[in-house]
Write a protein that binds this ligand. Structure first.
Ligand code: 4FM
Length: 261
């Protein structure tokens, strides 16, 4: 008998009970130890302690077959570097799949972090946060045998147009962006929806004490107590800054606003 844990959802005092985590991440990598400190720290560690998410680590090398524990080989047709072998990767992936109950597989996704993937943005993070299981495979060397992608990978995801030495940092970026969207991980729902990028705009400028610092004053409107005026000022700042600092986001935002009208 599993005892459901009680926990608070966001800022509301509504008590929910749940015995299963909302989202389970499975990381497959040649360097699983690099994940540990990050996943135990800050909001990610708390999310795990609250039972909202779990992280499992799988070492690809554990599935090597020879005494040298070989995981890579040279590409057919010749070229620089080495490729991760499909048989070893498939075995590592299957060992994770075996632990997932079949009824949970409709909301399972296998993702390969690679520069060839769809660019990660807030919209993709929101989509991935709807999953129950995310298997994240971290590539290395010059890549992975294409047949592993064909057989096991649902989607390739890139965190940006630059080349890294491996998929570990991209996987952590994805885990971070997605975990904070799981209900109950970030304090209240509003701190997510009012956030930069959730609505396609950058955040307004923010200030704390002191009211004056090195001759720079906090804008008067923020000290006025007029919440209508503050809201209007912030909205205006969001539009202004997005147009000036991120013309690419501004263009997307303008297109969206036009099509809504
Ligand atoms: C580079 C993995 C080459 C595999 C890497 C190959 C990356 C990125 C990345 C390292 N992943 N966004 N940018 N991975 O550079 O996701 Cl073949």
């Amino acid at each position: 008998m599993v005892h459901p844990r009680s926990f608070e959802s966001g800022q509301s005092s509504k008590l929910l009970s749940r015995s299963e985590p909302v989202l389970q991440f499975h990381l497959i990598s040649l360097f699983p130890e690099v994940f540990k400190t990050v996943l135990e720290s800050s909001l990610l560690g708390k999310a795990q302690k609250k039972g909202l998410v779990t992280y499992s680590l799988t070492q690809i090398r554990d599935f090597a077959r020879d005494k040298h524990r070989t995981v890579d080989d040279t590409p057919f047709g010749g070229s620089e570097g080495m490729l991760l072998k499909p048989d070893i990767l498939c075995d590592a992936w299957e060992s994770v799949m075996q632990k997932v109950p079949v009824e949970e597989t409709p909301k399972l996704k296998t993702i390969l972090l690679s520069p060839q993937g769809r660019l990660l943005d807030q919209a993709l993070a929101r989509e991935l946060a709807q999953s129950t299981h995310l298997i994240l495979v971290c590539g290395h060397y010059e890549g992975v045998d294409e047949r592993f992608i064909e057989l096991c990978v649902d989607q390739e995801v890139s965190i940006g147009d630059y080349v890294l030495t491996g998929g570990e940092l991209p996987a952590l970026v994805l885990v971070d962006a997605v975990t904070r969207l799981v209900p109950g991980v970030v304090g209240n729902e509003r701190s997510i929806t009012e956030e930069s990028l959730e609505n396609g705009l950058l955040k307004y400028p923010q200030y704390t004490r002191p009211r004056e610092f090195r001759d720079l004053k906090v804008p008067d409107v923020l000290l006025s107590g007029d919440h209508g005026a503050i809201g209007a000022w912030r909205q205006n700042q969001m539009l202004d800054r997005t147009e000036k600092k991120r013309p690419d986001l501004w263009q997307k935002f303008s297109l969206k606003s036009k099509s809504r009208r």
